[in-house]
Ligand binder design. Structure first.
Ligand SMILES: [Zn+2]
Length: 602
């Protein structure tokens, strides 16, 4: 009997471990349902907040459907309908993405309100709702005999990947002649993967900040490297048949080295191409009865890549398949079946050196997979900033980011005020896996979720018992929830903003950490108060006065992140003692003032 009981206990705690998750904050509690009709959209709304709200809806960044902004006021509990005006549906696949901003009747600035993201199919003017998967993932073409593939072991940088050839691929396209590719000035992913597991620098010392209004200082060169625009490179396109006549066909009888090269970019808007830094490129060839692996590389910061292989590995006259994958040592951006997204096409080798030209993945709003550029680049900025400040962002395996999450995955599902389930974005404490819904395809969201995945890795999954679950930016919840969520919120600000920013605001959260709206709850059980405390330890400018003041910053940019990751605590007030340890009376006093300014301590 005793044994059975133990077994049951183990199973139930295992189950719990796997289901505990940290999620994106939910916006103001207003339920929205949409009815899409020919030429119009009707919104059915209900206010679940205890105060009157003025809401303005407007098209979101991912919307292909145009409509005029619309406003209404809802009293507590009120239900109402709102008909959108000037709705323009174009034929074919469309996305209705609405965002909103909300002003409450009480004091406080505007904040993010409810949103809608729906994929539609419009035929003869009549829109019909379809799933994101039906709208976008079904553009992928199935590769013949993909199940007959080698599973080559490739070292992504301390992690061995053994994926076979991709069965489903989007078509890569050619960049028009003379278009420019925007580069990223990043080192190789293999370089960023060289830090030791959980490597953190020693905490730096505090220094005095400056009153606002003075000329901001130049901080470390690493900061400049991330944000500074760098010289652009020209895309060259050479069609596979247009190899110069002087190129000699390779001789299979001599064991020469063949080179296949090109560039890969992300099309983020019409005419805008960004280097696909850190994507994996693999080459394959169908040989008699199997897809044989020829070689791989990472795409560089200028979009270029080059793969070499011995000529005797290749069958003459048979096309070589090139695939580009949204995966590297840090993250794997993948479909709900767990496969990294792939773009690909086939090429005929034209000599010892074959240039397949400049290719791109169409990530525009009505392209192959809108939002993936935001997620990939947003994640990359986390990795690079960690590296540049001497910290390792890597888990033992690449963080699996599933996009787009939906109810059908059964992951990150919550219930709304009416008890109906909905899919959301979250990170699981146990394995760091992340799921992101279509409306959350932006840099701030993925950076917040990655913050959770890095956090749970550094803390070996020992998260505060009251962490996880549904939460809002402005509300008070529990100590552990506010601590872990506030850190994840701060991380997105830390990645995106220089520390001499005077009004730190990012679009995903739409709140200025230096001047939180007055309806944001006070104390260490509110996540924005936690995030603002970390910000004050990081930023250059002083604020507050008397016994509630931020007068300092850490000399080193890493410290405000590193002290958190290196000290597993259960509430924000515990970090006052962590920061005061080893400091003299002056700095201990200034740190007390900083925690007091942010209402962490009374
Ligand atoms: Zn979260």
């Amino acid at each position: 009997m005793k044994k059975l009981f133990n077994l049951f206990f183990i199973i139930s705690s295992f189950f719990q471990l796997n289901t505990v998750q940290a999620s994106q904050p939910i916006p103001v509690q207003v339920q929205v349902q949409t009815e899409v009709l020919q030429g119009s959209v009707i919104l059915s709304l209900q206010n679940f907040e205890k105060e009157s709200l003025a809401i303005e809806f407007y098209p979101g960044a991912l919307s292909t459907v145009k409509f005029a902004p619309a406003r209404l006021v809802l009293t507590p509990g009120e239900k109402a309908q709102l008909k959108l005006q000037h709705v323009e549906f174009t034929e074919g696949r469309q996305v209705l993405h609405m965002e909103s901003s909300v002003m409450s009747s009480e004091q406080g600035g505007s904040q993010n309100g409810p949103f809608v993201h729906e994929t539609l199919w419009v035929s003869r003017g009549v829109p019909k709702k379809i799933s994101f998967e039906e709208g976008f993932l079904r553009q992928r073409v199935r590769l013949q005999n993909a199940e007959k593939s080698e599973a080559p072991k490739i070292d992504l940088g301390g992690f061995i990947d053994a994926h076979p050839i991709s069965a489903l691929t989007f078509k890569a396209n050619s960049i028009p002649a003379n278009m420019r590719i925007q580069p990223f000035r990043f080192a190789s992913p293999l370089e960023y993967a060289r830090l030791k597991p959980r490597q953190l620098p020693r905490p730096s010392e505090p220094q005095n900040g400056k009153p606002p209004g003075l000329t901001p200082p130049n901080f470390t060169p690493e900061e400049v490297e991330i944000t500074e625009p760098s010289p652009e490179v020209n895309a060259s396109f050479t069609s596979p048949s247009a190899t110069s006549p002087s190129a000699l066909p390779f001789d299979l009888n001599t064991n020469s080295t063949l080179t296949l090269h090109g560039t890969m970019s992300l099309q983020t808007a019409p005419g805008t191409y960004k280097a696909a830094w850190g994507w994996v490129v693999k080459t394959w060839q169908w040989q008699t009865s199997m897809w044989r692996f020829l070689g791989w590389t990472y795409v560089g910061g200028d979009g270029s890549w080059s793969i070499q292989f011995a000529s005797n590995l290749v069958l003459p006259g048979v096309p070589v398949r090139v695939e580009y994958l949204t995966k590297n040592r840090f993250i794997s951006l993948q479909d709900p079946s767990g496969n990294p997204y792939a773009w690909g096409d086939d090429w005929t080798l034209t000599g010892t050196n074959t240039d397949i030209g400049s290719r791109y993945a169409d990530l525009t709003v009505n392209g192959n997979l809108p939002g993936v550029d935001q997620l990939y680049v947003g994640a990359t900025h986390v990795w690079v900033k960690f590296y540049n400040t001497g910290m390792n962002a890597l888990r033992d395996e690449p963080i699996q980011v599933t996009f787009a999450n939906a109810l059908s995955t059964g992951q990150c599902v919550y219930k709304d005020s009416n008890g109906n389930p909905y899919a959301w974005s979250c990170s699981y404490w146990s394995d760091g896996k992340i799921y992101i819904i279509p409306a959350h395809a932006n840099e701030g969201v993925v950076q917040h979720e990655i913050g959770h995945s890095i956090n749970s890795y550094y803390w070996n999954g020992n998260m505060p018992s009251d962490a996880g679950g549904t939460h809002t930016l402005k509300g008070c919840f529990t100590n552990g929830l506010a601590l872990t969520e506030g850190f994840a919120d701060f991380l997105a600000y830390w990645v995106q903003l220089d520390r001499n920013t005077s009004a730190p605001t990012i679009t995903a959260f739409n709140m200025n950490l230096e001047s939180l709206p007055s309806n944001v709850c006070n104390g260490q059980t509110n996540e924005m108060r936690v995030a603002a405390t970390f910000w004050d330890l990081y930023d250059y400018w002083n604020d507050g006065s008397g016994t509630s003041a931020d007068t300092l910053l850490y000399t080193d940019q890493a410290t405000s992140v590193a002290i958190y990751l290196n000290n597993n605590k259960s509430k924000m007030a515990d970090y006052l003692a962590v920061t005061q340890a080893g400091q003299n009376a002056y700095w201990q006093g200034e740190l007390t003032k900083l925690f007091k300014l942010n209402t962490i301590i009374p």
